[in-house]
Design a protein around this ligand. Structure first.
Ligand code: NAP
Ligand code: ZN
Ligand code: ZN
Length: 350
């Protein structure tokens, strides 16, 4: 066992605070990872605050983990001590169902084991995430960080990157397509970068006028403020082949659906409070409203390799772990430019 510094929530309403947990020595096939950086995803905040249902505490969030292999268990074949590796949103699955066999472990029939707030499939113990200095994971659920990717700016690829990459590929974005991205936060800014890298014309639909210059600097071709005003809906009617909706708070889907061309697809990635969808928003132009959950291990590795080959990394604000509660408050105000990443070296100081 390895005593490991962490930050945990102890209830849905208390701030995250220092905590110590035990990481197991690697079992057969597992690697022990010294964590260097961990991105801060809005899902971390939703989870610890109980937005998606009651949780067990203490709870250590964090599923955008990068670090170096510190030890390997028996039978590990893919990684050796010192390798740069990553861990995303899940650390295990049944490996036997049709989805696991297809490399889409996130849709496992028995449920993927979340990197945090999950249960270890053999011991039943709660899993704890990357706001910590070490983690032990089976090599089959570990990603290789390709050479050339800076580790801190690669961390957000493990969730924000794959969550936006997977639907762009699955729903068939083509070069020259008109792509809209709703919400310029962690997911949104990766959607812009990946969409541009795949050759799309990208428009950011934001509630924050102050993000215009950033959106264009990130590579977006256009920027529109879309709030509650239906005028924006009229102006952009039938403009886009695809919309990736990354907004973290409730908003009117119908307004955005009207911006899809005939046969266009809007993919929900954010998971806010439910809102009603009028059938007419879909029926009148044979539109599709879809959803997408992160991505499988194989696809995540493909995305990482694509990012290394195309120079795609996240724009980050590196923070000390002691600043995590402020970072959460800023995330709630849509004031993220564009992903907070925890420097694990700061656990020593905390
Ligand atoms: P984030 O960094 O906080 O960004 C969310 C963005 O949503 C904000 O920056 C803001 O952008 C926009 N927004 C906020 N309130 C809005 C509103 N009322 N109407 C329209 N837009 C609004 O969050 P994130 O980490 O990117 O995560 C986004 C959502 O995706 C969260 O709900 C998260 O849980 C979810 N998520 C899903 C998956 C998946 O697998 N499907 C994976 C990871 C995260 P503007 O300032 O530009 O408006
Ligand atoms: Zn996430
Ligand atoms: Zn499965």
């Amino acid at each position: 066992m390895h005593k490991t510094a962490a930050y945990a929530a102890t209830s849905a309403t208390s701030p995250l605070a220092p905590w110590t947990l035990e990481r197991r020595a690697p079992r057969t096939g597992e690697v022990l990872i010294d964590i260097r950086y961990c991105g801060v995803c809005h899902s971390d905040l939703h989870t610890v605050r109980g937005d998606w249902g009651p949780m067990d505490y203490p709870l250590v969030p964090g599923h955008e983990i990068v670090g170096h292999v510190a030890a390997v268990g028996e039978g590990v074949s893919r990684y050796k001590v010192g390798d740069a590796v990553g861990v995303g949103c899940f650390v295990d699955s049944c490996r036997a169902c049709e989805h696991c066999k297809a490399g889409e472990e996130q849709y496992c029939a028995e449920g993927m084991v979340g990197t945090y707030a999950g249960r270890d499939r053999s011991t039943g113990e709660p899993t704890q995430g990357g706001y910590s200095t070490r983690i032990t994971v089976h090599e089959d659920y570990v990603l290789r960080i390709p050479e050339g990717l800076p580790l801190d700016r690669a961390a957000p690829l493990l969730c924000a990157g794959i969550t936006t990459w997977s639907p762009l590929k699955h729903f068939g974005l083509k070069a020259g397509d008109e792509l809209a991205v709703v919400g310029l936060g962690g997911l949104g800014h990766m959607a812009v970068k990946l969409g541009v890298a795949l050759g799309a014309n990208v428009t950011v639909l934001s509630t924050s006028e102050g993000k215009r210059a950033d959106a264009l600097a990130l590579g977006a071709h256009a920027f529109e403020v879309v709030g509650k005003d239906p005028a924006a809906g009229k102006k952009l009617a039938r403009r886009f082949h695809m919309i990736l909706d990354t907004a973290s708070a409730a908003h009117d889907y119908n307004l955005y659906l009207g911006m899809l061309k005939v046969d266009g697809t809007m993919v929900l990635l954010g998971m806010p409070e439910p809102t009603l969808v009028g059938a007419g928003s879909l029926v009148m132009a044979r539109r599709r409203l879809a959803g997408s959950l992160i991505g499988g291990i194989r696809e995540t590795q493909e995305m990482l390799d694509f990012c290394a080959a195309n120079g795609v990394v996240s724009d980050i604000e590196l923070i000390d772990i002691a600043d995590i509660n402020d970072a959460y408050e800023r995330m709630l105000r849509s004031d993220v430019r564009y992903r907070f990443v925890i420097d694990a070296a700061s656990f020593g100081a905390a």
